[in-house]
Design a protein. Structure first.
Length: 219
């Protein structure tokens, strides 16, 4: 077993991997718009009225946590750009359907063939309303990759801006590069080694304290 939640599981079968998802569940839009073209799918199969499985041909499939161990806890600049592009595009696609993720965690992401990153945890996907907020009704453990507004949440239900997930992604990428947690106080110092690069500016745009000022943009 590589990855498992109530609605998603990824297991190795022989030399291939099988990803099974709740295709007809509440998060159908997420799976329909999943970046399937980045995967070498050899077979699709309907399991029942809800579930669908995809057989993936790949040399390696691992969690981000395992990938970082292989990299001695520090990914390089090129890995970070791909990480940002792959997961950022998933978040941006969700945004088009008025859906967002309040925060990401290191165990939400898998890496295939050590070159592409995929977010899998559909249980943390929420719809957001006209005021661009999502309503959090579930108690989550506050991990190290949460936005400032999520860290300030003291009770539920609670309204939070859908761009909280963009801050979380930038935080997770920064940790993956430097093996340190980023915050508003240390972000300039921590990102200084990549100063003036397109990754530097992209991460800063996502690490804005004010949610409405955050943007996913790589130029």
């Amino acid at each position: 077993m590589v990855y498992k939640t109530k609605s998603v599981d990824l297991i190795k079968k022989g030399k291939e991997w099988v990803l099974t998802v709740n295709w007809e569940g509440e998060q159908r839009k997420f799976w329909i718009n999943f970046p399937w073209p980045l995967l070498s799918i050899t077979k699709q199969e309907k399991i029942d009225d809800l579930k669908k499985s995809f057989t993936i041909k790949a040399k390696t499939v691992e969690t981000l946590r395992e990938f970082l161990k292989d990299k001695k806890n520090r990914i390089n600049y090129d890995d970070a750009i791909v990480f940002l592009y792959d997961i950022g595009n998933q978040l941006q696609t969700l945004e088009r359907f008025y859906m967002g993720i309040p925060f990401l965690d290191i165990d939400d992401i898998i890496v295939i063939d050590k070159r592409h990153f995929f977010y899998l945890n559909d249980s943390k996907i929420y719809n957001f309303s006209g005021d661009k907020t999502i309503e959090i009704e579930t108690i989550y453990k506050k991990g190290p990759f949460i936005s400032p507004e999520f860290s300030e949440m003291l009770s539920i239900p609670h309204q939070i801006h859908y761009k909280s997930g963009f801050y979380s992604l930038a935080s997770l990428i920064t940790f993956s590069m430097f093996n340190q947690y980023i915050n508003q106080e240390n972000k300039m110092e921590l990102l200084d080694p990549i100063n003036t690069t397109k990754l530097y500016w992209a991460l800063l745009r996502m690490l804005e304290y004010t949610p409405s000022a955050r943007f996913y943009l790589i130029i």
